[in-house]
Design a protein. Sequence first.
Length: 305
Amino acid sequence: MKYITFGKQGPQVSAVGVGTMRIAGMDPQQADTFVRSALAENINFFDHADIYGGGRSEEIFGTVLAADPSLRDQMFIQSKCAIHDGMYDFSKDYILKSVDGILARLKTDHLDALLLHRPDVLMEPEEVGEAFAELKKAGKVRQFGVSNMNRWQIELLGSGCGQPLAANQMQLSIAHAPMIEEGINVNTAFDGGVVRTAGVLEYCRMNDMVLETWSPLQKGFFGGVFLNDPDYPELNSLLNELAEKYGVSADVIAYAWILRLPAKMQVITGTTDPKRLHNAALAADITLTRKEWYELYKAAGRQLP
Ligand SMILES: NC(=O)c1ccc[n+]([C@@H]2O[C@H](COP(=O)([O-])OP(=O)(O)OC[C@H]3O[C@@H](n4cnc5c(N)ncnc54)[C@H](OP(=O)(O)O)[C@@H]3O)[C@@H](O)[C@H]2O)c1
C-alpha cells in the first residue's frame, strides 16, 4: 500500500480508501468482515457521510467499533455533512448538530476529518470557521476539508474559515474526468475544454490537498460501472490488455489510472466485496507508463487536440 500525508502534518493515510455509501444493508457480522478485510489490505481510510443510508451506514460501522474499540486506533475516519432537506447547509448550528449525530452513530469520540459535502451557495466562511473552531477545540474533529468544490469555492471558504482545508473529494474515473479534460483542451472550442472545476486538479496539487476521488468505476452521474459495458468497447479492450500485462484484473488498472496523476491522489472505492477491496489495494503498487495513461484516456472516447 502507498500512503499519503493528510494535511500538512499527517497522519499518513492509504492511497486507497473505503467508501461506506453502499454498506447500509449489511448486518453487523458482514460489516465486521468488511472492515477487517480493508484493514488486512493495509487500508486505514474510511469515508462516511451523515446521509449514507439515512445514517444507517454510520450506524452499522459503529456496531463494529463498539464490539472492538481497539480497531479505532488503526483507522482514519472521515465523514461529511451539508446535505439535508433538499438543500445544502453550511450554517454553524447545522454543522455542529450533524457532527454530534455522526459521532453518536459511529460510536467514536472524534472524527479524523470532516468534509463539507457539496458547496452551499449561501455559505458564510466566517460562520463555518466558528463551527470548525468549536469542533476542533472540543476535540470532536481533527482536520477539515471539502467535497465537490471548484478552485474558487475552496479559496472563498479557505479565506474565512480559519482552518486549513486538507482535502477535496471529487468524482473522477476514466469515464468521467472533466477536471482532466479541461486541462488537456485548454483554450480550444472542443467540448472537453469547458471549464467545470476551474483547474481543481492543479489547485489541489499546488496546495498540497488530498484529492479524494469518488465513484472511480462509474460512468456519468451514478450511471453504472463502465467495466464490461458494451458502450466502452475500446476502453475495456485496453483495460483487459493492460490487466494481463500487469497480472491483475481490469478494475485494478482503472484505479491505477487515477493514482498515476501527480497530485496527492486517493481512490475511494465503493465496493462491498472483500475480494474487490483486495484488487483496489493492488492498484497502489502499479505505476502506468505515460503512454498507457494517455491511451486509456483516449480509449474512453476522447481525442487529444
Ligand atoms: N462526495 C460525494 O459527493 C460522493 C458521492 C458518491 C460517492 N462518494 C463516496 O465514494 C465512494 C465510492 O462511490 P461509488 O460506490 O459510486 O464508487 P465505485 O467504486 O465506482 O462503485 C461501486 C459499485 O461498483 C461495483 N463494483 C466494484 N468493483 C466492481 C467490479 N470489478 N466489477 C463490477 N462492479 C464492481 C460495486 O459492487 P460490489 O459492492 O458488488 O463490488 C458497487 O456497486 C462511496 O462509498 C462514498 O464514500 C462520495
